[in-house]
Design a protein around this ligand. Structure first.
Ligand code: ZN
Length: 345
């Protein structure tokens, strides 16, 4: 039997998730979520963006000191002050990581940074070097990578890996990519960045067109070995890839994908509820994996099937994600056999 490759799960509920318009978490709330993410078994927790506010700095510090099993990351722009703040906040962790990012697309270079590509490349390299002098574990992200000139992207990734990046993240920052295009981009990066084998390829997909989880899985098929996302698909605008969807796709279709994760899937339901309760963002009833209807059967034909054998209409056992059980909902579509089962003859 061949062993399956491991896909690292990078949770950014406390950073990108907290960026969701309308969410603001206290230190205690962040700690509670971080402890549950540790029980869930995520590999990396992005605990915040230390330089962005004193509150973020304090939260990253506290999580780094207390949550021991996962790697604890702080986000940092490619500027010295951000990188130094990130390190100050995470240095108490058993496994600290600095995650530094800079824009790389023409649109961002011209309209956002107003710098030329060579200046930005130099800034990326010197920032990765600075981060690597402080911390052995450095992730680099070229922001808006899916709309970046691909030759420039190859050069930037190669230079940042040479400068010491141990993970290179390919963000679909604006949620624009199609699964086929995103897969192709990952494949081309593997073929054209000469030192790519010295870093883990990560992906960070946004859900503006509803493709965040499919894009993440398409990238895994091409060799990405870290997926970033949020519980319940929280995140900037329409959110990030829903980690529960990515995890259960790998769990359920692992034979087709040839990969696995370190996640304790039985903690998924509890994690989803906790994040929903704390953030005040409800989970839509028809949400995959964690929605109230995800394991509810309403049609009589489906109910009859599930009574006879669960697998007729269920591809996952609800217990594997920590649901109490699947349920049949008596309604206008239920047949006599379901009514008899519930109420007796
Ligand atoms: Zn993002």
């Amino acid at each position: 039997m061949t062993t399956k490759d491991n896909v690292l799960i990078f949770d950014t509920t406390l950073r990108d998730g907290e960026q969701s318009a309308g969410i603001g978490l206290t230190l205690d709330e962040k700690m509670e979520i971080a402890r549950q993410l540790e029980r869930l078994g995520v590999d990396i927790i992005e605990a915040g963006f230390a330089a962005s506010s004193p509150g973020d700095f304090e939260a990253v510090c506290a999580i780094a000191k207390e949550v021991r099993t996962p790697t604890i990351a702080s986000l940092a722009r490619c500027v010295p002050g951000d990188i130094d703040d990130a390190w100050e906040a995470i240095k108490g962790a058993d496994k600290p990581r600095i995650h530094t990012f800079i824009s790389s697309s023409d649109s961002h270079l011209m309209d956002l940074l107003r710098k030329n590509p060579e200046e930005v490349l130099d800034q990326a390299v010197s920032s990765v070097e600075r981060a690597r002098n402080l911390c052995d574990n450095v992730e680099f992200s070229p922001m808006d990578a899916t709309r970046t000139d691909i030759e420039y992207l190859y050069r930037m990734l190669e230079a940042c890996i040479n400068a010491g990046a141990t993970t290179v993240n390919i963000p679909d920052t604006v949620g624009y990519a199609l699964p086929t295009e995103f897969a192709e981009r990952i494949r081309l990066i593997k073929e054209n960045v000469p030192n790519i084998d010295k870093a883990i390829i990560s992906v960070h997909c946004h859900n503006d067109l509803g493709n965040a989880a499919p894009n993440s899985i398409a990238a895994v098929i091409e060799g990405a070995r870290q997926v970033e996302g949020c519980i319940n698909g929280l995140g900037e605008r329409a959110g990030n890839a829903s980690l529960e969807e990515v995890i259960m796709t790998i769990e359920t279709r692992g034979d087709a994908l040839g990969v696995t994760t370190n996640i304790d899937t039985r903690q998924i339901y509890r994690t989803s509820r906790l994040v929903s309760d704390i953030t005040g963002f409800p989970v839509q009833p028809n949400k995959a994996i964690v929605g109230a209807n995800a394991f509810r059967h309403a049609s009589g034909i489906h109910q009859d099937g599930v009574i006879k054998s669960r697998t007729t209409f269920e591809i996952m056992d609800p217990h594997t994600v920590g649901w109490p059980s699947s349920s049949l909902v008596l309604g206008k579509l239920s047949g006599l056999s379901e009514v008899t089962r519930v109420y007796g003859k």
